[in-house]
Design a protein. Structure first.
Lengths: 113, 114
């Protein structure tokens, strides 16, 4: 099955700087790649996603880039703010018709004021 | 308000005492799923359901059962809980296959088995 890995496991950044989290996946047939944000004590929520026919997608301060050849995708957060502190999960969905998501283990992002 | 609800939110129980965690969604979603979240292991899928009466195992199904008799409900059953099932459990739902993959998570159920 699909295997998703995230790096680094923890990332500390100064407020206002950029943060980049990278995920790799194993199944070259996977075609959907979402990022979920989980604030402390709360549920995961979708923040951005990308499909395999697109190389980059932006939404205000966040962007996701996809490199299908290398089988990796990255989350970019610019002008980080304290409210960006959270655990971020990437996921990949193979086109097996089951709507399943294989999640990575998560990255803890800490924004230092 | 569109939402996924879970009950109970917190539960402390003893080994071997059967329990059920309920999950309900009011968005008419076809796809529902259960995950467990453990430190350092991320979100791992336990079971999922594509529609009423259609369920299948996820990555860590051992020790769990599910049922999907109604579209809105997807209870998780632990017939004989053990301490290694102490975890944070999330139910999630999404619209349907091929239409939208976004999964809407419930608030979570923190289970402790002693």
């Amino acid at each position: 099955g699909e295997n998703v890995e995230q790096h680094p496991s923890t990332l500390s950044v100064q407020e206002g700087d950029s943060a980049v989290i990278k995920c790799t996946y194993s199944d070259s047939a996977s075609n959907y790649f979402p990022w979920y944000k989980q604030e402390l004590g709360k549920r995961p929520q979708l923040i951005i996603d990308i499909r395999s026919n697109v190389g980059e997608k932006k939404d205000q301060r966040i962007a996701v880039t996809l490199n299908k050849t290398a089988k990796h995708f990255s989350l970019h957060i610019t002008e980080t703010q304290p409210e960006d502190s959270a655990v971020y999960f990437c996921a990949a969905s193979p086109p097996d018709g089951n709507n399943r998501l294989a999640f990575g283990k998560g990255n803890q992002v800490v924004v230092i004021p | 308000e569109a939402q996924v609800t879970q009950n109970p939110r917190y539960l402390i129980t003893v080994t071997g005492k059967k329990l059920t965690v309920t999950c309900s969604q009011n968005m008419n979603h076809e796809y529902m799923s259960w995950y467990r979240q453990d430190p350092g292991l991320g979100l791992r899928q336990i079971y999922y359901s594509m529609n009423v009466e259609v369920t299948d195992k996820g990555d860590v199904p051992e020790g769990y059962k599910v049922s999907r008799k109604e579209k809105r409900n997807f209870p998780l059953i632990l017939e004989s809980p053990s301490p290694n099932q102490t975890s944070l459990y999330f139910c999630a739902s999404s619209l349907r296959q091929g239409v939208s993959y976004e999964q809407y998570f419930g608030p979570g159920t923190r289970l402790t088995v002693t």
